[in-house]
Design a protein around this ligand. Structure first.
Ligand code: PEP
Ligand code: MN
Length: 337
């Protein structure tokens, strides 16, 4: 931690700041510049609240130089984490395609879409059976019936399954049907859910919260990791900004930022990030160019009648075109799909 002191700090205040830092358990190094004194405090604990220093009389600025997350950091683990499920690897050289409808609606719908996305090259079938809808009056998902249909459709077309878990009491049920648990944006800081998913033996995809910084997001990943589950896939799905022409703002820079700070793989979800079908293809290309390890794309054969997120779902031929284009982009940066 670096502490910049006020320009005209007197000796008494300076001694007081140093005494506090030592009492907090830090080794203090003083450096006197031409205009200001800067203190270096060594031995910062990850959970130390730097505001305790910010409020001391005579302190101008405080900067943390170590990251508050540990297990998620590159400092802790240099090599990329590769999540292996059957013959699919997430975080390796291949960019993995996750695709499917927003929600599982009925047998015909999920089997039709599974067949389309499998043929185009997707490896993982998505579909919500428990839906976190903004309105309590919107379709809430088929529950266990949806999970059964999703699993059956995925098995028929040799796909893996990812589906959202919203509550701790759904974990046991969903475990029976899924290969990857999805934590939705609205639950990114549901700490009791994160802790419980830290105890399961299946990978977890953690979506970024609507108003979460990358640091908040990695701290949430830390909850899962520190409870024992080391298979965490992050997912950038857009954040809330003042922009209204897209549903959210796709923070593409989060991809290289996460890759630098963390060894965890990252997926990108341009469907929820933009919320509009015609924006999905260009942003999917951009996400692959930015280095995403996986893409999550919503697809529907009849989006006009979809029970959720129809306007952002790609039609089958649009999805095929997307697959072709992102494959080309992947090759440019030395990856495959
Ligand atoms: C979803 O992927 O189905 C979903 C609800 O996304 P998000 O949590 O990102 O809104
Ligand atoms: Mn959706």
């Amino acid at each position: 931690m670096v502490i910049v002191l006020d320009k005209n700090i007197d000796e008494k205040k300076l001694e007081n700041v140093i005494k506090h830092l030592e009492d907090f358990g830090f080794a203090v190094h003083k450096s006197t510049g031409i205009q200001q004194i800067v203190l270096g405090a060594i031995g910062v604990k990850p959970d130390f609240d730097i505001r305790k220093v910010k409020i001391l009389d005579g302190v101008s600025e405080v900067y943390r130089i170590t990251e508050p997350f540990k297990l998620a950091s590159r400092t802790f683990q240099k090599e990329d984490t590769i999540i292996k499920i059957k013959d699919v690897e997430i975080g390796g050289n291949k960019v993995v395609m996750i695709a499917g409808p927003c929600s599982v609606e009925n047998e015909k719908q999920i089997f039709t879409i599974a067949s389309i996305v499998a043929k185009a090259g997707a490896k993982i079938l998505r579909g919500g059976a428990f839906k976190p809808r903004t309105s309590p009056y919107s379709f809430q998902g088929l529950g266990e019936e949806g999970l059964k249909l999703l699993r059956a459709a995925a098995d028929k077309f040799n796909l893996l399954v990812i589906t959202e878990v919203m509550e701790v009491n759904q974990i046991e049920l969903i475990y029976k049907y899924t290969d990857i648990f999805q934590i939705g944006a609205r639950n990114m800081q549901n700490f009791s859910l994160l802790k419980e998913l830290g105890k399961v033996t299946k990978p977890v995809m953690l979506k970024r919260g609507l108003a979460a910084t990358v640091e908040d997001w990695l701290m949430s990943a830390e909850y899962i990791l520190s409870n024992g589950n080391r298979e965490v896939l992050l997912c950038e799905r857009g954040i809330r900004t003042f922009e209204t022409y897209t549903r959210n703002t796709f923070d593409l820079s989060a991809i290289p930022v996460v890759h630098k700070r963390s060894h965890l793989p990252i997926a990108a979800d341009p469907s929820h990030a933009t919320g509009l079908r015609d924006k999905v293809l260009p942003m999917a290309r951009a996400a692959v160019a930015a280095g995403t390890d996986a893409l999550m794309i919503e697809v529907h054969h009849d989006p006009e009648h979809a029970l959720s997120d129809g306007p952002q779902a790609l039609l089958p031929d649009q999805f095929e075109e997307l697959m072709k284009q992102v494959k080309l982009i992947a090759e440019v940066i030395g990856r495959k799909m």
